[in-house]
Design a binder for this molecule. Structure first.
Ligand code: LLP
Length: 447
């Protein structure tokens, strides 16, 4: 089976250049760190576009596939522009993500709006923007969306988000398809939802079903199980209600390789499994070949991104751990402290020919749990070295915070030896720009 780009640990353009430094997208990482300062998110455009091509090639055999990138993995205007150019739509979960797509001049018909508690204002704005699909999560939203569409004298095109009752073996915080999940209609609630849509909610047009079983999935059978359940429901709905649903959204979830031991399946393998299963259920349940939506997030953007940090202080615990501290940590990458996620790293300015030592990379935030990588072998790390942490494209910047009142890091896009800022670093002024001081607290000095 051909290897797909999401199976790589590092961006595909990663090399050691003539200076002996790590180089991505034709850019020397040490120079990038000097020019833009650290911590710095770096996105390799070639890797990103390669991953998109893999997806398109892999699912090319089933032309009724619609790829919608899960913007929650990394949502910036430039990233949306690239994915738009690559022909992807967008799975969004907030007005902020929809607005970013609008800002990137994305065709709103390519937007799908997901989420378990969309507000009145968000639903109203999304209808006004003309988003292509709403994935309705619960009874409350069915009523709310219908009411808003009615008020606006329009119709909303919807999918029903269901909970297929599938458990995948990933971290419990990122499982979503199991029965006790907060997301979607339980299988036993589908009939009531359909009856409401048919009899009362005349401003909703139901096109199909949606599910998402979890994230960072390595098991390939999960998607077949999911398709089986959704096809069974679609056929049952047709028989019971005479309603032909011809869209199945199977969500995202394909895993990536964070550390050497990780072996995520290739996009090509997943595509074959999905397409074979679709063909099988079409025959078994005698249904029309459905339009398939895929919502990959992590497997699109993760491998394309790395984060650069500078080493500052270090501490050797007598007879214990050697900590080296970097200038970022849990605020720019909360995944290790939140999900015990593991990462790989290298020193950008040192070839691995130096004798290595086992160290723990600690973040700069005031929490003992702010550890980026435990027990990693690095070539004599010392103050001023630039650390490159791999596979940080997904769920790093998008989950970043201003913890300890530190500004969020900048992001650069590298390609063909050029680097361009796509998110600028937050300044001290940015940090206080939302603060207001009530008049009664002002005194002579700070008025
Ligand atoms: N579709 C739906 C409905 C989702 O809830 C998600 C992710 C995706 C698609 C995209 O899944 P992906 O292909 O990226 O696995 N913050 C966590 C991941 C949370 C994922 C939430 N939903 C992490 O850092 O691992």
């Amino acid at each position: 089976m051909t290897k797909s780009t999401n199976q790589f640990l590092k961006p595909i353009t990663t090399t050691i250049n003539n200076q002996g430094n790590l180089d991505i997208g034709g850019c020397d990482l040490v120079e990038l760190a000097e020019k833009y300062e650290t911590p710095l998110y770096v996105i390799d455009e070639k890797t990103l576009r390669n991953i998109c091509s893999d997806y398109k090639e892999a699912f090319g055999k089933y032309p009724k596939t619609k790829m919608v990138y899960a913007a929650k993995a990394l949502c910036t205007s430039a990233i949306m522009k690239i994915l738009d150019e690559e022909g992807f739509g967008f799975d969004t979960v907030s007005l902020g993500e929809i607005y970013t797509a609008h800002n990137a001049k994305v065709d709103m018909k390519k937007i799908l709006f997901n989420g378990n508690n969309k507000s009145y204002d968000e639903l109203e704005a999304a209808l006004e923007y003309g988003v292509g699909r709403f994935s309705v999560d619960n009874f409350y939203e069915l009523a709310l969306l219908n009411e808003i569409a009615l008020t606006k004298k329009t119709k909303a095109d919807i999918l029903l988000r269901i909970t297929p009752g599938i458990e995948c073996h990933t971290h419990e915080y990122i499982q979503t398809g199991h029965l006790d999940s907060k997301f979607g209609f339980d299988l036993t609630q589908i009939d009531e939802a359909i009856e409401l849509i048919q009899n009362e909610y005349k401003n909703l047009v139901l096109h199909g079903l949606h599910a998402h079983v979890g994230s960072q999935i390595f098991e390939t059978n999960i998607f077949s199980d999911e398709i089986e359940i959704m096809a069974r429901e679609i056929s049952r709905i047709e028989k019971t209600y005479g309603l032909k649903l011809n869209e199945i959204n199977i969500g995202g979830g394909l895993g990536v390789k964070y550390i050497e031991q990780d072996a995520p399946p290739s996009t090509f393998e997943i595509a074959d499994i999905i397409i074979n299963k679709i063909n099988e259920v079409v025959e078994k349940y005698n249904i029309e070949p459905p339009l398939i939506f895929l919502e990959p997030g992590r497997s699109i953007i993760s491998t394309a991104g790395v984060t650069l940090y500078t080493i500052g202080s270090s501490k050797q615990v007598p007879h214990g751990t050697k900590y080296i501290s970097v200038d970022g940590g849990m605020a720019d990458n909360p995944r290790p402290s939140m999900y015990q996620a593991e990462y790989s790293a290298q020193i950008a300015n040192k070839k691995d020919i130096f004798k290595t030592e086992k160290v723990t990379i600690a973040g700069r935030y005031c929490e003992s749990g702010d550890i980026l990588i435990k027990d990693i072998e690095l070539p004599q790390p010392e103050e001023g070295d630039i650390i490159c942490v791999y596979n940080t494209g997904a769920y790093n910047y998008s989950m970043a915070s201003n913890y300890n009142r530190v500004g969020r890091s900048a992001m650069v896009l590298v390609n063909n030896s050029e680097s361009e800022i796509i998110v600028r670093r937050e300044t001290l002024e940015d940090l206080v720009s939302h603060d207001l001081i009530p008049n009664r607290l002002k005194n002579e000095r700070n008025i």
